[in-house]
Design a protein. Structure first.
Length: 283
């Protein structure tokens, strides 16, 4: 779903997060990548699985063979960021990515997400900024919902995170499912942080899923039932408004993702793509 023309990036580009296909990739990397391409997807977002980052040159050649480009790389392991972001930056570069960043704050299921950890993530990214820019990379932070815990003054941990970063150094990737799960209106969230939100994870939530404040306690993805995720247009998130707000604030990337799915995950992504086309959500 690549739109040609010089304004394509301003209008927003579609991609898929490889986490969606992790079970398939574990069995067959080249075949899975070819199936993703057949869906009409040209860009993918990676994550720090051994079969992706263990040998980045090999994975890049497999992407090339499938006709895919990895535009961004999630790195979920916070201890790797604490230790040395150089390895992460070099790996992202080898994979051909433009973005890399922090996508998960917990190291163990028992961890709680505290203000200190959220602020630490801001500090790590700020410190790595100059090095990333020298390598031609843009750092970003993936918002997962547990950052939206309220403090005594009604501001959130995430408000503190934003105060500790510079948007020139760190862009924001809002996961619309998890922002909603944390009890927030995703369109209001996008508006509040409009100067930083450049990427979105788009996935719909089944009607039965309760939403409220989320601390991330006793949770590691994908701990929730597979029934919680549905293709776009089949759940309770108003994606017409999300895409409209995205156009308004200049979102560059709309990344399809399913944390889990009961059924054929390719069919689910295909259904989401069909919904985007039918509703003309992207030009």
């Amino acid at each position: 779903m690549h739109r040609s023309g010089k304004n394509a990036s301003a209008e927003g580009e579609l991609a898929a997060q490889l986490w969606t296909f992790r079970y398939e990739l574990q069995k067959d990397v080249p075949g899975t990548l070819k199936k993703i391409k057949k869906l009409g997807i040209n860009y993918v977002e990676g994550f720090d699985a051994p079969y992706i980052v263990g040998n980045p040159d090999e994975f890049r050649s497999q992407l090339d063979a499938a006709g895919l480009k990895m535009f961004a790389l999630h790195w979920n392991n916070m201890n790797d960021w604490r230790k040395d972001p150089t390895v992460i930056i070099e790996t992202a570069k080898k994979l051909g990515a433009h973005y890399t960043g922090i996508a998960w704050l917990k190291v163990s299921k028992a961890d709680t997400v505290t203000l200190d950890v959220v602020n630490e993530a801001a500090g790590i990214l700020t410190k790595a900024c100059q090095q990333a820019q020298a390598a031609g990379l843009q750092l970003y932070y993936h918002i997962h919902g547990y950052e939206l815990q309220q403090m005594a003054d009604q501001s959130t941990f995430f408000d503190s995170f934003v105060k500790h970063i510079n948007y020139n150094c760190v862009r924001l990737e809002a996961d619309i499912f998890w922002v909603t799960y944390a009890g927030q209106d995703p369109v209001q969230f996008m508006h509040r942080y409009r100067k930083g939100v450049e990427l979105l994870h788009i996935k719909d939530m089944a009607d039965h899923v309760p939403t409220s404040a989320f601390t991330g306690a006793n949770f590691m993805p994908p701990d929730m039932p597979a029934e919680n995720w549905v293709p776009l247009g089949k759940g309770k998130i108003d994606y017409k408004s999300v895409f409209q707000k995205g156009k308004e604030i200049g979102v560059k990337w709309y990344i399809l993702e399913m944390d889990k799915y009961n059924g054929d995950v390719y069919a689910a992504v295909d259904s989401s793509l069909a919904y985007i086309r039918k509703e003309n959500l992207l030009p």
